[in-house]
Design a protein around this ligand. Structure first.
Ligand SMILES: Nc1ncnc2c1ncn2[C@@H]1O[C@H](COP(=O)(O)OP(=O)(O)OP(=O)(O)O)[C@@H](O)[C@H]1O
Ligand SMILES: [Mg+2]
Length: 241
Protein backbone atom coordinates (compact mmCIF):
# COMPACT_ATOMS: atom_id res chain seq x y z
CA UNK A 1 0.00 0.00 0.00
CA UNK A 2 1.26 3.46 -0.90
CA UNK A 3 1.55 5.81 2.07
CA UNK A 4 2.97 8.84 0.27
CA UNK A 5 3.32 9.67 -3.40
CA UNK A 6 4.54 12.61 -5.42
CA UNK A 7 3.24 13.45 -8.86
CA UNK A 8 5.45 15.44 -11.20
CA UNK A 9 6.92 17.19 -8.18
CA UNK A 10 8.94 20.17 -9.37
CA UNK A 11 11.03 22.74 -7.56
CA UNK A 12 13.23 25.40 -9.05
CA UNK A 13 15.21 28.17 -7.43
CA UNK A 14 15.50 30.92 -9.99
CA UNK A 15 17.22 29.18 -12.87
CA UNK A 16 18.22 26.06 -10.95
CA UNK A 17 15.94 23.06 -11.28
CA UNK A 18 16.43 21.14 -8.02
CA UNK A 19 13.60 18.61 -8.41
CA UNK A 20 12.43 17.81 -11.91
CA UNK A 21 8.97 16.21 -12.33
CA UNK A 22 9.59 13.55 -9.74
CA UNK A 23 7.15 10.65 -9.28
CA UNK A 24 7.76 8.84 -6.00
CA UNK A 25 5.85 6.05 -4.28
CA UNK A 26 6.60 5.36 -0.64
CA UNK A 27 5.27 1.99 0.45
CA UNK A 28 3.82 1.63 3.92
CA UNK A 29 5.86 -0.39 6.40
CA UNK A 30 9.09 -0.36 4.42
CA UNK A 31 12.41 1.47 4.51
CA UNK A 32 12.96 3.35 1.26
CA UNK A 33 16.37 4.76 0.38
CA UNK A 34 17.05 7.86 -1.70
CA UNK A 35 20.55 8.14 -3.14
CA UNK A 36 22.34 10.22 -5.73
CA UNK A 37 25.26 12.63 -6.18
CA UNK A 38 25.64 15.91 -4.29
CA UNK A 39 23.13 18.43 -5.54
CA UNK A 40 20.85 15.75 -7.04
CA UNK A 41 17.80 17.19 -5.27
CA UNK A 42 17.44 14.69 -2.42
CA UNK A 43 17.11 17.23 0.39
CA UNK A 44 14.94 19.54 -1.71
CA UNK A 45 12.54 16.69 -2.43
CA UNK A 46 12.34 16.03 1.37
CA UNK A 47 11.76 19.75 1.89
CA UNK A 48 8.90 19.74 -0.62
CA UNK A 49 7.28 16.74 1.08
CA UNK A 50 7.57 18.17 4.60
CA UNK A 51 6.54 21.78 3.97
CA UNK A 52 9.95 23.44 4.20
CA UNK A 53 9.93 24.27 0.52
CA UNK A 54 6.78 24.99 -1.46
CA UNK A 55 6.90 23.01 -4.71
CA UNK A 56 6.87 25.06 -7.91
CA UNK A 57 4.41 22.55 -9.34
CA UNK A 58 3.27 18.98 -8.84
CA UNK A 59 1.56 17.22 -5.97
CA UNK A 60 2.33 15.45 -2.72
CA UNK A 61 -0.30 12.99 -1.50
CA UNK A 62 -0.07 11.48 1.99
CA UNK A 63 -2.65 8.98 3.21
CA UNK A 64 -4.98 10.10 0.38
CA UNK A 65 -4.71 13.73 1.51
CA UNK A 66 -3.22 16.39 -0.76
CA UNK A 67 -0.56 17.99 1.44
CA UNK A 68 1.12 20.04 -1.32
CA UNK A 69 2.32 23.37 0.05
CA UNK A 70 0.92 22.87 3.56
CA UNK A 71 2.99 24.39 6.38
CA UNK A 72 5.33 22.06 8.27
CA UNK A 73 3.34 21.98 11.51
CA UNK A 74 0.23 20.80 9.68
CA UNK A 75 2.15 18.14 7.81
CA UNK A 76 3.69 17.06 11.11
CA UNK A 77 0.28 16.79 12.73
CA UNK A 78 -0.89 14.58 9.88
CA UNK A 79 1.92 12.17 10.76
CA UNK A 80 5.16 13.09 8.99
CA UNK A 81 8.35 13.87 10.93
CA UNK A 82 11.90 14.44 9.77
CA UNK A 83 15.49 15.08 10.72
CA UNK A 84 17.88 17.50 9.03
CA UNK A 85 21.14 17.07 7.18
CA UNK A 86 22.46 20.07 9.10
CA UNK A 87 21.11 19.61 12.59
CA UNK A 88 18.39 22.01 13.68
CA UNK A 89 18.30 21.55 17.42
CA UNK A 90 17.53 24.30 19.90
CA UNK A 91 21.16 24.55 20.87
CA UNK A 92 20.75 26.49 24.10
CA UNK A 93 17.92 24.31 25.39
CA UNK A 94 18.46 21.13 27.32
CA UNK A 95 18.12 17.71 25.76
CA UNK A 96 14.85 17.20 27.62
CA UNK A 97 13.43 20.55 26.49
CA UNK A 98 14.27 19.80 22.86
CA UNK A 99 12.07 16.72 22.92
CA UNK A 100 9.37 18.32 25.04
CA UNK A 101 8.98 21.19 22.59
CA UNK A 102 8.36 18.72 19.79
CA UNK A 103 5.93 16.67 21.83
CA UNK A 104 3.98 19.74 22.78
CA UNK A 105 2.10 19.62 19.51
CA UNK A 106 0.90 16.09 19.88
CA UNK A 107 0.45 15.33 23.59
CA UNK A 108 -1.96 16.54 26.16
CA UNK A 109 -0.09 18.31 28.96
CA UNK A 110 -0.59 15.37 31.32
CA UNK A 111 1.66 12.88 29.60
CA UNK A 112 4.09 15.37 28.10
CA UNK A 113 6.77 14.83 30.73
CA UNK A 114 6.38 11.08 30.69
CA UNK A 115 6.36 10.67 26.91
CA UNK A 116 9.37 12.93 26.41
CA UNK A 117 11.27 10.91 28.99
CA UNK A 118 10.25 7.71 27.27
CA UNK A 119 11.77 8.75 23.97
CA UNK A 120 14.95 9.95 25.62
CA UNK A 121 15.25 6.57 27.31
CA UNK A 122 14.62 4.67 24.10
CA UNK A 123 17.34 6.61 22.33
CA UNK A 124 19.84 6.30 25.18
CA UNK A 125 19.72 10.01 26.02
CA UNK A 126 18.06 10.00 29.43
CA UNK A 127 21.35 10.47 31.31
CA UNK A 128 22.00 13.61 29.25
CA UNK A 129 18.55 15.12 29.77
CA UNK A 130 19.76 18.23 31.63
CA UNK A 131 22.69 19.01 29.34
CA UNK A 132 22.42 21.71 26.77
CA UNK A 133 21.97 20.29 23.27
CA UNK A 134 25.05 22.09 21.98
CA UNK A 135 27.23 20.41 24.61
CA UNK A 136 26.44 16.89 23.43
CA UNK A 137 28.90 15.03 21.20
CA UNK A 138 27.84 15.12 17.55
CA UNK A 139 26.63 11.51 17.48
CA UNK A 140 24.27 12.16 20.38
CA UNK A 141 22.99 15.38 18.82
CA UNK A 142 21.99 13.33 15.80
CA UNK A 143 20.18 10.89 18.09
CA UNK A 144 18.43 13.79 19.76
CA UNK A 145 17.09 14.92 16.39
CA UNK A 146 15.65 11.46 15.90
CA UNK A 147 14.17 11.45 19.42
CA UNK A 148 12.56 14.80 18.73
CA UNK A 149 11.06 13.59 15.46
CA UNK A 150 9.80 10.34 16.99
CA UNK A 151 8.23 12.18 19.92
CA UNK A 152 5.64 13.62 17.54
CA UNK A 153 4.43 10.06 16.98
CA UNK A 154 4.80 9.97 13.18
CA UNK A 155 3.52 7.40 10.71
CA UNK A 156 6.25 8.38 8.28
CA UNK A 157 9.81 9.37 9.19
CA UNK A 158 12.22 11.14 6.81
CA UNK A 159 15.89 10.91 7.74
CA UNK A 160 18.35 13.16 5.87
CA UNK A 161 21.80 11.56 6.15
CA UNK A 162 21.42 10.04 9.63
CA UNK A 163 24.88 8.44 9.48
CA UNK A 164 26.85 11.41 8.15
CA UNK A 165 29.66 12.27 10.57
CA UNK A 166 29.16 9.12 12.65
CA UNK A 167 31.80 6.47 13.25
CA UNK A 168 31.23 2.83 12.36
CA UNK A 169 29.86 1.81 15.76
CA UNK A 170 27.48 4.75 15.86
CA UNK A 171 26.37 4.02 12.30
CA UNK A 172 25.65 0.41 13.24
CA UNK A 173 23.57 1.60 16.21
CA UNK A 174 21.59 3.98 14.02
CA UNK A 175 20.93 1.17 11.55
CA UNK A 176 19.58 -1.04 14.32
CA UNK A 177 17.44 1.81 15.55
CA UNK A 178 15.94 2.45 12.11
CA UNK A 179 15.27 -1.26 11.71
CA UNK A 180 13.50 -1.37 15.08
CA UNK A 181 11.30 1.56 14.02
CA UNK A 182 10.36 -0.30 10.87
CA UNK A 183 9.65 -3.48 12.84
CA UNK A 184 7.25 -1.54 15.04
CA UNK A 185 5.28 -0.42 11.97
CA UNK A 186 6.83 2.91 11.06
CA UNK A 187 7.47 3.79 7.42
CA UNK A 188 10.95 5.27 6.90
CA UNK A 189 12.57 7.17 4.01
CA UNK A 190 16.30 7.65 4.32
CA UNK A 191 18.76 9.75 2.32
CA UNK A 192 22.33 8.49 2.68
CA UNK A 193 25.71 8.42 0.99
CA UNK A 194 26.72 5.46 3.19
CA UNK A 195 26.10 2.57 0.80
CA UNK A 196 26.59 -0.06 3.48
CA UNK A 197 23.64 1.42 5.36
CA UNK A 198 21.50 1.87 2.26
CA UNK A 199 22.10 -1.59 0.84
CA UNK A 200 21.56 -3.36 4.15
CA UNK A 201 18.56 -1.43 5.39
CA UNK A 202 16.37 -0.58 2.43
CA UNK A 203 13.86 -2.77 0.63
CA UNK A 204 13.49 -0.20 -2.09
CA UNK A 205 15.88 2.43 -3.42
CA UNK A 206 15.25 5.45 -5.62
CA UNK A 207 18.20 7.08 -7.39
CA UNK A 208 18.15 10.78 -8.26
CA UNK A 209 20.40 12.71 -10.59
CA UNK A 210 19.85 16.34 -11.60
CA UNK A 211 16.47 16.27 -9.84
CA UNK A 212 15.21 13.30 -11.82
CA UNK A 213 14.66 9.68 -10.97
CA UNK A 214 17.17 7.66 -12.98
CA UNK A 215 16.51 4.27 -11.39
CA UNK A 216 14.56 2.51 -8.67
CA UNK A 217 14.15 -0.99 -7.34
CA UNK A 218 15.73 -3.50 -4.98
CA UNK A 219 19.25 -2.87 -3.61
CA UNK A 220 20.49 -5.60 -5.92
CA UNK A 221 19.00 -4.14 -9.10
CA UNK A 222 20.09 -0.60 -8.27
CA UNK A 223 23.63 -1.66 -7.44
CA UNK A 224 23.99 -3.31 -10.85
CA UNK A 225 22.27 -0.62 -12.90
CA UNK A 226 24.79 0.77 -15.42
CA UNK A 227 23.22 4.24 -15.29
CA UNK A 228 23.49 4.35 -11.49
CA UNK A 229 27.09 3.18 -11.59
CA UNK A 230 27.88 5.84 -14.19
CA UNK A 231 26.11 8.68 -12.37
CA UNK A 232 26.97 7.82 -8.80
CA UNK A 233 28.31 4.52 -7.55
CA UNK A 234 31.24 4.09 -9.93
CA UNK A 235 32.53 7.62 -9.76
CA UNK A 236 32.46 8.06 -6.03
CA UNK A 237 33.38 4.48 -5.21
CA UNK A 238 30.50 4.21 -2.77
CA UNK A 239 29.79 0.61 -3.72
CA UNK A 240 33.10 -0.67 -2.41
CA UNK A 241 32.03 -1.29 1.17
N1 LIG B 1 17.37 27.42 -1.04
C1 LIG B 1 18.02 27.21 -2.18
N2 LIG B 1 18.28 28.23 -3.03
C2 LIG B 1 18.92 28.02 -4.20
N3 LIG B 1 19.34 26.83 -4.63
C3 LIG B 1 19.11 25.77 -3.85
C4 LIG B 1 18.43 25.90 -2.58
N4 LIG B 1 18.34 24.66 -2.02
C5 LIG B 1 18.93 23.81 -2.88
N5 LIG B 1 19.39 24.47 -3.97
C6 LIG B 1 20.06 23.84 -5.14
O1 LIG B 1 19.24 22.79 -5.58
C7 LIG B 1 20.04 21.67 -5.99
C8 LIG B 1 19.67 20.45 -5.17
O2 LIG B 1 20.15 20.60 -3.84
P1 LIG B 1 19.85 19.55 -2.69
O3 LIG B 1 20.33 20.16 -1.42
O4 LIG B 1 18.43 19.14 -2.73
O5 LIG B 1 20.78 18.33 -3.12
P2 LIG B 1 21.12 16.99 -2.34
O6 LIG B 1 20.84 15.87 -3.29
O7 LIG B 1 20.47 16.95 -1.03
O8 LIG B 1 22.72 17.10 -2.19
P3 LIG B 1 23.70 16.62 -0.98
O9 LIG B 1 23.97 15.15 -1.20
O10 LIG B 1 24.93 17.44 -1.19
O11 LIG B 1 23.03 16.92 0.31
C9 LIG B 1 21.49 22.12 -5.84
O12 LIG B 1 21.92 22.62 -7.07
C10 LIG B 1 21.40 23.22 -4.79
O13 LIG B 1 22.45 24.13 -4.93
MG1 LIG C 1 21.13 16.94 0.91
Amino acid sequence: MTLLSTHRLHKDFGGIVAVNDLDLNIEKGFITGIIGPNGAGKTTSFNCMTGLDVPTSGQVIFNDIDITGLPTYRINRLGIARTFQNLRLFKEMTVFENVRVAKHRTSSAGNLQKDSGLWLEKLGLWTYRDERAKDLPYGLQKRLEIARAMATNPKLLFLDEPAAGLNQTETQEIMELIRSFRDSGLTVVVIEHDMHLIMNLCQHITVLNFGQKIAEGSPESVRNDPQVIEAYLGKEDHAAR
